[in-house]
Write a new protein. Structure first.
Ligand SMILES: [Zn+2]
Length: 109
C-alpha cells in the first residue's frame, strides 16, 4: 500500500491509483489520481473565472480600456500576458503616477 501525500489515503502502489512518475523511487507520483484530478479541475475553474473577470486599464487617471483581459489585449493590440503584467505588484512598483494601472472590477456576465 502507498499513502497519498496530499489526501493521506492509502491505495495499492500501482499505476491504477497513482500517476506514473519516472523521477521517484517507485516510479509513481506521491499524489493519488483523485488528487491530480481535483487540482486539475480547480486550475481549470480558476482559468475560467479569469476569463469572466472584468478589468479597467487606466493611464494615470484616464481610462484606456475595460473588459476582460482578452478584450483589453485585443483593444490595445497587446498580448494577454502584457495586460496581466500591468496588474502585478512588480509593475506597480516600477511605474510613475502616469503609468498604466489595471484595476479589477469584478466578475462580468
Ligand atoms: Zn490523494
Amino acid at each position: 500500500m502507498k499513502k497519498c501525500t496530499r489526501c493521506g489515503k492509502e491505495y495499492p502502489a500501482t499505476s491504477e491509483f497513482f500517476t506514473k512518475n519516472k523521477n521517484t523511487k517507485d516510479k509513481l507520483s506521491g499524489w493519488c489520481k483523485n488528487c491530480f484530478r481535483e487540482t486539475y479541475r480547480t486550475r481549470y475553474k480558476n482559468n475560467k473565472e479569469e476569463l469572466l473577470t472584468v478589468y479597467a486599464l487606466y493611464k494615470g487617471e484616464q481610462l484606456i480600456a475595460d473588459g476582460t483581459i482578452k478584450e483589453i489585449a485585443k483593444k490595445l493590440g497587446n498580448s494577454e500576458k502584457t495586460i496581466r503584467f500591468f496588474a502585478t505588484p512588480s509593475y506597480k512598483k516600477r511605474v510613475s503616477e502616469n503609468g498604466r494601472r489595471l484595476v479589477r472590477l469584478g466578475k462580468g456576465v
